[in-house]
Design a protein around this ligand. Sequence first.
Ligand code: HBI
Length: 97
Amino acid sequence: MAIARLTETERAEALAALPLWSLRADGLALTRTFRFADFAEAFGFMTRVAILAEKADHHPEWFNVYNRVEITLTTHDAGGLSTRDVALAGAIDGFGS
Ligand code: HBI
């Protein structure tokens, strides 16, 4: 399904609303690094994100080593950032981690 890429203005507004996230250098993704008490906490977080991702049919690119999880959100179908990335980032922030 075609989904539109955010305009520059929409992207700036999204970033302002997601202060814990950063824009990747190429401007095509949102990134955030999380650190937890241990691996079990990190993996539990990843499990919660995975359930959200499945519900949203929108999946993160991520890296985990021990208690660190690095998440990158971009919309392959849009070739950059879309509302789906913004929504998923907001939902993840809602975990209160
Ligand atoms: N996840 N991040 C991301 N980007 C997509 O374009 C995407 C996805 N998950 C599933 C999905 N697209 C489906 O709509 C198919 O396009 C694979």
